[in-house]
Design a protein around this ligand. Structure first.
Ligand code: KIV
Length: 298
């Protein structure tokens, strides 16, 4: 059954923790959805993971919508959240409303916006228009230049209080959940305890209601250097490299494709002759003969 924002709010009331992952393409979205992930974020982190930008700032609405449509096609149950990119909600409320609408038209169930301050009023306007809003505070990557780098936020009492205040204001404005990124664990606990909506932590300690990771990071697909909060649950980079090396070796040796992976007509010459005429090393064994003349590769 499809997950809704009401379900996430019920999870909070029930004290039920949940997971969120990023997804940017059809194939991955389908695998994650089938594995039971309740929330998928088409994050603007796709600028780095899929498009090779240095940060999220160059990401456009067009790029976000392209990936959101692909993810939507792969999902049956998960709640799909579209991440509003830099400058898609900064110039005016009109832009914010129009761009949020484009996300819903592309198949997102909700949008995510970074920041407090004047974003709070935008969040209120979007909710009034019927657009569910996921808020995002702490180390908000679109503000990387203002922060002077990807640095943990909310370390001082004053900064922590500002985050707590913004969190409450975003809840009051109607946000249905809040991503808390790159903050000390005790602030993660304090914000989570103060809110009736679920908090979704990334580098915010164990005390938030939910956790999110970038899919490339948790599958071990990203480079050597990952932030401290990333746990690699698999080594797909290593496994991909191994498979690719094996493919190269087999192609170069002429052992792929073999009989099992070839279309062969019943009237074809015996495998040994086929191999000889193609100049390959197709095995001319009795089993191969049977595969050609006895079996029926379709
Ligand atoms: O873009 C993104 O992937 C995000 C998550 C890290 C929360 O905003």
């Amino acid at each position: 059954m499809s997950v809704t924002i009401k379900d996430l709010q019920a999870y909070k009331r029930e004290g039920r923790r949940f997971a969120m992952l990023t997804a940017y393409d059809f194939t991955t979205a389908r695998i994650l959805d089938e594995a039971g992930i309740p929330v998928l974020l088409v994050g603007d982190s796709l600028g780095m993971t899929m498009l090779g930008y240095a940060d999220t700032l160059p990401v456009t609405m067009e790029e976000m919508l392209h990936h959101t449509r692909a993810v939507r096609r792969g999902v049956q149950n998960a709640l799909v959240v579209g991440d509003m990119p830099f400058m898609s909600y900064h110039a005016s409320a009109k832009d914010a409303i129009r761009n949020a609408g484009h996300f819903l038209q592309a198949g997102a169930n909700a949008v995510k916006l970074e920041g407090g301050g004047r974003v709070i009023e935008l969040a209120r306007r979007l909710v009034e228009m019927g657009v569910p809003v996921m808020a995002h505070l702490g180390l908000t990557p679109q503000s990387v230049n203002q922060f002077g780098g990807f640095k943990v936020q909310g370390r001082s009492d004053e900064a922590a209080k500002r985050i707590q205040k913004d969190a409450l204001a975003l809840q009051e404005a109607g946000a249905f959940s809040l991503v808390l990124e790159g903050v000390p664990a005790d602030l993660g606990v304090a914000v989570t305890k103060s809110l009736a909506i679920p908090t979704i932590g990334i580098g915010a300690g164990v005390g938030t209601d939910a956790q999110v990771l970038v899919i490339q990071d948790m599958l071990g697909l990203s480079g050597e250097k990952v932030p401290k909060f990333v746990k690699r649950f698999a080594d797909l980079r290593g496994e991909m490299a191994r498979a690719v090396r094996e493919f190269i070796t087999e192609v170069e040796a002429g052992t792929f494709p073999d009989i099992e992976h070839s279309y062969i007509k019943a009237s074809s010459p015996a495998p040994g002759e086929l191999a000889a005429s193609a100049g390959t090393r197709l095995p001319a064994t009795a089993d191969a003969e049977r595969a050609v003349y006895g079996g029926s590769p379709s």
